[in-house]
Design a binder for this molecule. Structure first.
Ligand code: HCA
Ligand code: CU
Length: 395
């Protein structure tokens, strides 16, 4: 069964401007646990003392999920991470030629020595620790370097190797540039050495392909997929948790693995505390995700929602809705009147037509018309107008 690692608290907090206070982090972790997330990457304790404390707090909260810390490939940092009481540790160190030369100024051999030294140290500290090694920027690194580093890391005690598409470079179907190629090659090469670590993937969204790449990797046999709430993360972020789960439930065998009904509350909570709004057309959780608007659509869904919905919003505890505006048909006005409890007006054809015309005029301001807030006023206005018109006519 595929496992999900959520990194809202680590990668997500690397979104410019985002800061989650420790109690907010704990609440997010509790939501994630409730949804059925397997691993919660809670932060890098070396960044700040407060982050270390928040991780320790989450690690003690008695959640079912594994709680992870992120760490540079340094013994000191690993020590700090383990002091937080985590049962998962992610260590990253790139073996790309550019990084080795321009940043670290060492050769591959030295790099591998360092990786082995730090992983061995972590393993010595904690026998049952899940250790992940990530050759950062994996997919722009020579595959031979990645294989050599991965073999050495697993021999030193790593349980998981993560393929990081750090810059959102991969693209499905392109030979040697797809994440699937990395998943398959790494699995094959490690198996040749009788090594069978789990393979994780971490896809950035720079080209808008994070989700497509994650599904490509799943198809190629990845064991763990990294996500974050709202896809938060550096630059364009990573795979969006809700978008991944809704796609996986159609293809994984154990369909009841995740409790999707918690997603809406979690997304609203993270949106509020990250001060980043959820775009109206965000799949599943955007305001418009289950809202029908144009006349033809509304007429059809009034008979059966499935005519314009392939997803059931009830899975998320959401109800589908209706929007009013320039594209609306006459039927939408009747349905909206029902919605605000003015069903008795539906028989008044002239009034409904007037409301319909007024809605079209208001729509020209170019912002949504709120049915609950605005329609009652529009209705009253049209009733008054109708009365005045009929009085003038009767004089
Ligand atoms: C980072 C980079 C990282 C690391 C992923 C990992 C990436 O922000 O430190 O350690 O598995 O995208 O490569 O997020
Ligand atoms: Cu990343």
């Amino acid at each position: 069964m595929i496992q999900i690692l959520d990194s809202t608290l680590r990668e997500g907090e690397q979104t410019p401007g985002v800061y989650f206070a420790p109690e907010i982090k704990l609440a997010i972790a509790q939501f994630l646990d409730c949804i059925g997330i397997d691993i919660i990457e809670a932060g890098n304790p070396a960044v700040d003392r407060e982050i270390a404390k928040a991780i320790a707090h989450i690690a003690k909260a008695g959640l079912k999920a594994k709680i992870g810390a992120h760490s540079l490939c340094r013994k000191d940092d690993v020590k700090k991470a383990l002091e937080c009481g985590v049962n998962f540790l992610g260590i990253f160190f790139s073996v790309s030629e550019n990084r080795l030369q321009q940043d670290y100024d060492i050769g591959l051999e030295k790099a591998i020595e360092k990786i082995v030294e730090v992983i061995t140290y972590a393993r010595e500290q904690q026998e049952n620790l899940l250790i992940r090694y990530t050759p950062e920027d994996t997919v722009r690194s020579p595959i031979e370097n990645v294989i050599a580093a991965a073999i050495a890391a697993v021999k030193a005690g790593a349980n998981i190797i993560s393929i990081a598409d750090t810059t959102g470079y991969t693209t499905p179907f392109v030979q040697n540039r797809s994440i699937a190629y990395y998943v398959k090659t790494l699995k094959e090469e490690l198996a040749k050495q009788q090594l069978y670590p789990q393979i994780e993937i971490h896809c950035h969204n720079d080209r808008g392909l994070a989700l497509a790449n994650a599904l490509d990797a799943y198809n190629a046999g990845a064991d763990i997929i990294d996500v974050s709430v709202m896809g938060l993360g550096e630059r364009s972020g990573i795979v969006d948790l809700a978008e991944l789960l809704i796609n996986l439930i159609d293809i994984v065998e154990e369909k009841s693995a995740w409790n999707l009904s918690q997603l809406k509350e979690l997304y609203d909570f993270v949106s509020e505390h990250s001060h980043i709004s959820i775009s109206p057309h965000h799949p599943l959780l955007g305001k418009n995700a289950f809202t029908h608007y144009a006349g033809v659509h509304v007429n059809a869904v009034a008979k059966d929602e499935r005519l314009y919905q392939s997803l059931n919003p009830e899975l998320l505890g959401i109800k589908s809705s209706l929007a009013l505006g320039m594209q609306s048909g006459y039927i939408a006005v009747k349905l909206a009147l029902k919605q605000i409890g003015r069903e008795e007006l539906i028989e008044n054809q002239d009034l409904v037509m007037n409301i319909f015309q007024e809605i079209k005029e208001i729509a020209k301001r170019g912002t949504p018309i709120d049915i609950e807030q605005e329609l009652p006023t529009i209705v009253e206005h049209c009733i008054v107008n109708q009365r005045v018109t009929s009085e003038i006519c009767s004089v």
